[in-house]
Design a protein around this ligand. Sequence first.
Ligand code: NAD
Length: 258
Amino acid sequence: MTSGRFEGRAAVVTGAAQGIGYAVAERLAAEGARVLMSDIAPAVADAAARLDQPHVVADVADAAQVAALFETADRELGSLDILVNNAGVIGRATKLLDLAEADFERVMAINVTAGLRTTQAAARRMTPRRSGAIVNLASVAAIMAGGDQIPYAVSKAAVKQLTAMTALSLAPFGIRVNAVGPGPVETPMVAAVTGGGPEGLRRVLSRIPMGRLGRPEEIAAIVAFLASDDASYLTGQTLFADGGRLALGYFAEPLADA
Ligand code: NAD
């Protein structure tokens, strides 16, 4: 593995107790970063202990808890170089006419409003130093419609545009903002897409040209690239890491023999 790209740098990763967020924290730490691992789940304490990194339990949908999270970052890390807005929820697949406004708003609060809030908190710390990198987690759902995941898809489309808009705001300060848009990745969240059973998995894989789910480490590698100086001229972009899903196209027939 490439080592040392983040030597002496400090990062905050939200939703770092498991899944993609944990893999991101592990990758950044492996390349030398000090990573404040944050999650609403108390299990983040064990996850952070495994990586020998500091942690904080915080709900990103709660403004006071986010303020406390960044105060902990100031204390534990000193300066801040990297923010990874990874915490997110998918919610239940629901038909339009059964969808409750409160369920829509909850997904938007965690996936979108929280990302704005943490981006503002990070930018306040990064702008005086005129450097920094922010990476958001979007999804192929930002582009593709389907699966009765209305709040999730709308929220991830918003993350894609939040990425572009905040990139423009922060470019004059030497701060880059990009996003990764994964297809289905092997984490607890993916059961919401596959239904958790073999038939659902077969259906999902039938539309992925590479014929497999992504692994959290593969998404973490792209997050690390975007956060690193290797991406020094890249801002405002969403990179879709999806095994070819979007290239296949929404209206294509399922692949043969998949
Ligand atoms: P996951 O459910 O395995 O992990 C998400 C983490 O976020 C959990 O540890 C959870 O406790 C935390 N979290 C949830 N709500 C929170 C809140 N309010 N405050 C703080 N933490 C909170 O999910 P994952 O698959 O690792 O997904 C990570 C990100 O990647 C999400 O933004 C998700 O939308 C995105 N994504 C995932 C997939 C996939 O197939 N797994 C595909 C595309 C995008």
